[in-house]
Design a protein around this ligand. Sequence first.
Ligand code: ADP
Ligand code: MG
Length: 318
Amino acid sequence: MPEKVAENFTLIKFSTNTIHMQPVLSLQAISKRYGNIQALNSISFDVPEGSVFGILGPNGSGKTTMLGIILDILRADAGSFSWFGTSPSAESRKKIGALLETPNFYHYLSATDNLNITQAISGRGSTPEIESVLETVNLAQRKYSKFSTYSLGMKQRLAIAGTLLGNPNVLVFDEPTNGLDPVGIAEIRQLIKDLAKQGKTIIMASHLLDEVEKVCTHVAILKKGVLLTAGAVDEVLTNEDIVEISASDLTGLEIIIKEFNGVTNVKQDGNHLHVFFPINTANLEEINRYCFSKDITLSQLTLKRKSLESKFFELTNN
Ligand code: ADP
Ligand code: MG
């Protein structure tokens, strides 16, 4: 029996053809306080699968606290988080490799012997895997050299090799390039990109905007425990105008808007489109008129203009 609908009722049809991928990690209103310091204030964001997700913020903004909470080292005062769509468990924890503090490697032992110890203590992975993780971090040729002969970059690559034991899907790194020389920094950034290419999701804290731009696909910007913004790097840290539009016929809208003068890129994001223009050139009235002339009525039209400079300003000013 068909349902009766009041005659003057407008039915709003939502697009159902969008595929929403399960985020690897989802945070809902996480808060944490140390005495009277509010280290995190109701933080919510999602980490998409396969992303290199940067947690960006100056020192003291709450990055390490955030990583401690998602790794079950610290307890949040309020809020919740889920890994792989389920509440955290020993099972989900096995899929996560983490590097928060520099591990204590034995200076007089080789990379292989050090990782044998890491493997035995952590119980993650197996002895035969050691060879392959050393290969991944490009230390295979030096695997029998003493740790004390390694450069800072090599030491950090060995630490990352340790997190790869057990082949976790997700890697969490706290300021992985901190304290390294320029060569070491370049090596680690390249390694992170290579790991992402292999399909790992990487969550990394950094206080360097430049690093996040170079390495990350997504970012959450923290300042004094408050989330300023989160999203894809090319949208959050952009020098372009982004106009968010939607209509009931999203596919039709995408086809016509690509033809609109000045558009440099169009991306679908859930139930709306993000239309990119060179900075300060998007004209909402003209967009609206154009779509209407093509028989498409917009249900949303918003300008999200965020320049790199303005983000920097928010980040570095008190
Ligand atoms: P970040 O990693 O971004 O530098 P942290 O998460 O380490 O930031 O610190 C966030 C805030 O919480 C800072 O003000 C810091 O001083 C404070 N804090 C961190 N750990 C503790 C602690 N164990 N006790 C008291 N305050 C802390
Ligand atoms: Mg920190």
